[in-house]
Design a protein around this ligand. Structure first.
Ligand SMILES: [Zn+2]
Length: 89
């Protein structure tokens, strides 16, 4: 497939890291199949794969959601209680 950017090179199948963000946390997928131009280095990702990935990330963020501060404190408090009672036994 001829490069759509420089119109000289051709795309070759390769694997490159894909970086995205999930709730302000960096998510790196180290080996994503993509096509890279052998002349200018232009990269084309597999669009179908990216759509599947975005769907999965949406599912994850909808299921979990950002943790409320009160919820975090409750969990933290529970962990402290568990540790202290563990030492007593
Ligand atoms: Zn090119």
């Amino acid at each position: 497939m001829q490069c759509t950017r420089c119109r000289i090179g051709h795309y070759h199948a390769t694997t490159i890291p894909y970086i995205t963000f999930l709730n302000d946390q960096m998510l790196v997928l180290p080996n994503i199949s993509a096509f890279r131009c052998d002349m200018c280095g232009d990269v084309h990702f597999n669009q179908a794969f990216l759509e599947q990935l975005q769907y999965l990330l949406d599912q994850l963020t909808q299921a979990e959601g950002p943790m409320e501060p009160a919820e975090w404190l409750a969990l933290n408090d529970h962990a402290t209680n568990w540790q202290s009672s563990g030492r007593m036994v």
